[in-house]
Design a protein around this ligand. Sequence first.
Ligand SMILES: Cc1ncc(COP(=O)(O)O)c(C=O)c1O
Length: 473
Amino acid sequence: MVSTKSVIATKSGLQYLPKSMDDHIDSSPNQELLPLTAKVNSLDHLELGGLDVPALVEKFGSPLYILDEYTLRTASRQYRDALKKYYPGESLVLYASKAWSCLAVCAICGSEGLGIDVVSGGELYTAIRAGINPTKIYFHGNNKSTAELIFAMAMGCVIVVDNWLELKTLVALQTEKTEELQNPTKIMVRFTPGIECHTHEYIRTGHLDSKFGFDQNQLNDVFTFINQQQVLSFVGIHAHIGSQIFEVQPHQDLADVMVDAMSTAMAHNLSIQEINLGGGLGIRYTETDDPPSIENWVEMVSKAMVNACQARQLPLPKLLCEPGRSIVGPACVTAYTIGSKKQIPEIRTYISVDGGMSDNPRPITYQSIYGVVVANRLSQPTTETVTIAGKHCESGDILIKNAMLPETQAGDCLVVMATGAYNYSMASNYNRLPRPAAVLVGNQEVNIILQRETYQDLLRKDILPERIEISKN
Ligand SMILES: Cc1ncc(COP(=O)(O)O)c(C=O)c1O
């Protein structure tokens, strides 16, 4: 019998290296804790994209977001290729750029053939500047401003209409500004499908009590209204039920609800060319997380759509989905430098790092749990249970509670895994911390994709009115 002691002693950062290392077949990135190129090198250091992680930190400083290009491309391709394999109609994957909107991430997804889902003028501007074809940009949001709508319409994006005010504003704009906006604007209608899924309350969106979209029982009126408008081009319907979902069933149920809504639209002489089932596939943040693979999710959802259409003898629409977290989340880690340590006997040991809730607000916002490795001691057995604290002036600024680490010392390089989604995009300057840099690694090359902010950047928008004297005391 193996003793508990020896089992504990064999645990180390090595256990998180991707499975694909052994069989040279890419696993589904969302089922891995570390990016697909993660390796241990002869220094016992973590390597990503063929580069030594502690050396990257030495060169670019910390905290440092390290984005693995191979993993990002692999996730994008797995969605795209699985849809081609399992869905007999046309399909398009949209990267939900709210997960991480920046030029490099949008451009890489675009180069893999993905479109982009945006929810603000800023995300739209980023996607356009990243070279995304505007006809493959879908604009969401429950309170788009008129200026944002005009921007999206002028570019020729598809607008995912969320409510009556927006629908009527679009008609008015299209009628008033015919010269600026030549073509009828393409619209989809977002509605709440009434599907519950087991995820955090803040990231559940498909249940009836949600701020997003029309109620299902408003659809008849919405379709009647749209049918009377010559200036809008109705292309389809959209729903998104939530995020970090580990079951496939809610999306299979969603396919049924969407095809029912398609019948309703057809009864109003509206043809549905596209159905968008949203995003939401979960990823592995900790050892116990067990999401379905990207391929499996796409297969099940595609089959559900085909069955739902066949059962109602309806033609197959173009099938869209818009994953964010499962595309970019597993492709990135955040590297920190370990600083102070505080031991409270019989209670807890705190280890502090040089970032925290400003570069990763998810633990304090959603009580999210992350996994961690020490990048310069990858194979050393984990022997200490510690709580990893950020450097912010906030007791709740805890990145990870009860993490198992090898014995560490100040200066060690701590890596929090799977931080690509909703980290940089939700980052702040709380306590006036400059936002960290992000680097892209691949094939032993590294490029800065987001520069580290400086103190000057922090003051860029500050204005000291002349009448306020600077105290000379
Ligand atoms: C409308 C919409 N689409 C797509 C997504 C992406 O979801 P995920 O990152 O879970 O794939 C979200 C996220 O909340 C969303 O609100």
